[in-house]
Design a protein around this ligand. Structure first.
Ligand SMILES: [Zn+2]
Length: 63
């Protein structure tokens, strides 16, 4: 399992998906959703909402 390259936290499948979706589809290293939210300057809750939204659309980056 990959770890966040900023804080070292172990990443979930959906966190990796979120990074690919919001930052770079071809990324080889990822941020956890807390660090991703900081980088995008949005609340973590928004990341969660977006993950739910894409999941409901059937996006395979999320489970
Ligand atoms: Zn992190």
């Amino acid at each position: 399992m990959s770890a966040c390259f900023q804080c070292g936290k172990e990443l979930t499948y959906n966190e990796i998906g979120a990074y690919k979706k919001f930052v770079n589809r071809g990324a080889a290293e990822f941020l956890c959703k807390r660090c991703l939210a900081g980088r995008l300057d949005v609340p973590v809750e928004l990341i969660d909402q977006k993950i739910e939204h894409f999941k409901q659309q059937g996006c395979t980056l999320f489970i």
